[in-house]
Design a protein around this ligand. Structure first.
Ligand code: COA
Length: 178
């Protein structure tokens, strides 16, 4: 028995402990962490799973990233983690399904991630290589993509990069004004 909710600030320590258990304390060295290091996760898409006692047993978050030379925006799914003692009960699948539905409802168009294809393909992800999308240093087989609306990847291709490597439209407008 578990419930899916938005995290509150007091959950931060429990979420960090869960991620340390799932990915190891050196997880910041992972390539996907380099794409989101220092970039806040999107609060509207962060969710946790709590067990009946209120303990945090699952967590998912999304960070904006930019794809290709045009810097087309996408969501980077992750990290996703479930308490090792509660795996195989559908918590991960529920966290992914609930937040993808939210992302779609909020108007996000596309999602990418680095992860095990055996886990993510049954959840509806497809090989990002199909769209020419890559993550530098990662095996193409581990890079997955999902279009949240038809043809969302039609003109989007290239390497996934940090969102802050691309000027936002607002920043461009300010610079253009002087
Ligand atoms: C991957 C992880 C989030 C899965 O969470 P979970 O709650 O155990 O997953 P679910 O119970 O929702 O599993 C959904 C389905 O995927 C299968 N599955 C679970 N882990 C899997 C894995 N590592 N590889 C392939 N399939 C997997 C389940 O058997 C289930 O299949 P079913 O629909 O036929 O029953 C969890 O194992 C975890 O935290 N792992 C360590 C961190 C990690 O690898 N995170 C993912 C980022 S790459």
């Amino acid at each position: 028995m578990y419930t899916i909710t938005s995290p509150v600030p007091g959950d931060g320590t429990a979420i960090t402990a869960l991620l340390d258990r799932a990915f190891g304390v050196d997880r910041a060295r992972r390539i996907s962490y380099r794409l989101r290091d220092g970039i806040p996760a999107i609060p509207a898409l962060s969710r946790i799973a709590r067990d009946a006692s209120g303990r945090v047993v699952g967590s998912i978050a999304y960070t904006p990233v930019a794809i290709g030379p045009a810097g087309d925006e996408a969501l980077l799914l992750g990290p996703l983690a479930v308490d090792p003692t509660l795996r195989g009960h559908g918590i991960g699948r529920t966290l992914v399904g609930a937040t993808l539905a939210l992302a779609r409802a909020l108007g996000y168009r596309r999602v990418v991630l680095v992860g095990d294809p055996a886990y993510y393909r049954p959840l509806g992800f497809e090989p990002a290589a199909r769209f020419g999308i890559t993550v530098e240093g990662e095996s193409p087989d581990r890079v997955q993509a999902m279009a949240l609306e038809p043809d969302a990847f039609e003109t989007v291709t290239g390497a996934v990069g940090r969102i802050d490597d691309f000027p936002s439209p607002a920043r461009q407008a300010t610079e253009a004004c002087g």
